[in-house]
Design a protein around this ligand. Sequence first.
Ligand code: G3P
Length: 218
Amino acid sequence: MIPRMELYIDTANIDEIREAAALGVLDGVTTNPTLIAREGVAFHERMAEICDIVAGPVSAEVVALDHDGMIAEADELLKIANNIVIKLPCTFDGVKACKTLSDRGVRVNMTLCFQPLQALMVAKAGAFLVSPFIGRIDDIGGDGMDLIQQIRTIYDNYGFETKVLAASIRHPLHLVQCALVGADVVTVPMKVIKQQMSHPLTDKGLEGFLADWNARKE
Ligand code: G3P
């Protein structure tokens, strides 16, 4: 199969998800506890609504910090729909829970990844996705794209199948750079999805075409 970059939307807002799905090129959705809290809605009900709209992977994050608590929450989340992906933190217990769930055939998204060794460990534990947060690294003066590049190289060196999901995307340049270094998936806020298809010269060109069209003589 020819590899292609997948596009997810990073939100728990139903209107945004519907609007992005209508584009016809949306592959999945990521949520996190902050995005759910922002909506002021019941967690499981909202995840069910999202899974009704998008057939691709929909990440739902646990809030437990220990292995057994993570597995218990995951088991409840997995009852919602068969496209639910369990999102776990890149911690010691998170890796353990990733291995437990992956061995059962559950797809896991390992989140809050900030260094390549976390990505290596979660790939060994069978993660379906790893989520390096590039914007948050840039925010503190680092280079988030370096992390994507390092993970890409490590995964390619050893043939790991875990997909690199670039998260914490702040602007269109992040997307260009992700495509150049070969991120498998990008999860993007609605604002940036819209910015991707916007250019002043496109607007100016259209304005000129329409002005000429309306002034034509037949
Ligand atoms: O959903 C995870 C990630 O994309 C969060 O992004 O903007 O809160 O750093 P941000």
